[in-house]
Ligand binder design. Sequence first.
Ligand SMILES: Cc1cc2nc3c(=O)[nH]c(=O)nc-3n(C[C@H](O)[C@H](O)[C@H](O)COP(=O)(O)OP(=O)(O)OC[C@H]3O[C@@H](n4cnc5c(N)ncnc54)[C@H](O)[C@@H]3O)c2cc1C
Length: 276
Amino acid sequence: MVIAAGSLGTTEILFRSRDRFRTLPGISRALGGAWSSNGDFLTPAFYPGRRLSPSVGPTITGAIEFLDGMDGSARYFVEDGGFPDMIGNLIRARAKRGRFSLSGRMLTRIAKAFDNGNSFETMMPWFGQAMDAGDGRLYYGRDWLRPWKRRLKLDWDARRSEYGVGGLIAAHERLSAATGGAARVPPTWTILRNLVTPHPLGGCAMAASPAAGVVDHRGEVFGYPGLFVADGSIFPRPIGLNPSKTIAALAERSVEMMLDATKTATATTQPQQRTI
Ligand SMILES: Cc1cc2nc3c(=O)[nH]c(=O)nc-3n(C[C@H](O)[C@H](O)[C@H](O)COP(=O)(O)OP(=O)(O)OC[C@H]3O[C@@H](n4cnc5c(N)ncnc54)[C@H](O)[C@@H]3O)c2cc1C
């Protein structure tokens, strides 16, 4: 059986199986540990007078790798960014649908204004990932609004990841200045030290023993032969890169090893054919 519900989904399923339904009571106590935001950060940079059209074309077209720490500080991977024109697209679609009604005509005017004076046209978001502390802990805690319920929660102090994430942000600022722009680091970081991530990793970390992690190098859950995890939850630390190919590579490796094990088991149980 393979569970592949992602860093948060798989970790929650295993927590429920271990602590709520007690169907898998022997899952490692390391469950929930080694969680990482993969050091993700987005810094908008403004280039007055330059039309950059960040909503046109692919999201990431180039990257510079500093994962070996070659800039003398943090390890990170910095990328140019883009974003889908969600609000504009929504207004245009609504305007088209209701073009004969009063509200539709109003939306058409807004859509035109949006297309002419869209201030996002002069903005480019810098993206990137950094080696954060990778020390988050997911746990199965009480829901404060419904205390009779428990749900997945995160204990993670982003300040411990300041070194890695700060290095990436400094690169965003240097690159913006070097290309004639001005980076605006969001107050969610400068004031609140809050991070958002599209790359959650960990929770069911891969390790050499159940004392240190939840699954072995093939993704098989310690103590439960035949139960595998194949997603970003098995990462024992951040990778500082967009992770989907690494997740897929680990899953493919795991499947190959499962198939090899099945072939070996079949070969040893089948009677040998003899040609006389
Ligand atoms: C906006 C955005 C942009 C991204 N861009 C990139 C990129 O350019 N490059 C890159 O490498 N990565 C990118 N990522 C990250 C990448 O998508 C994830 O790292 C990757 O998909 C994680 O793979 P996964 O298999 O761990 O989990 P997921 O892909 O999240 O798969 C988990 C699946 O399990 C399902 N699930 C969850 N809980 C349950 C449940 N209880 N029961 C049944 N099903 C369940 C979910 O619906 C989901 O389909 C991006 C992510 C986002 C959000």
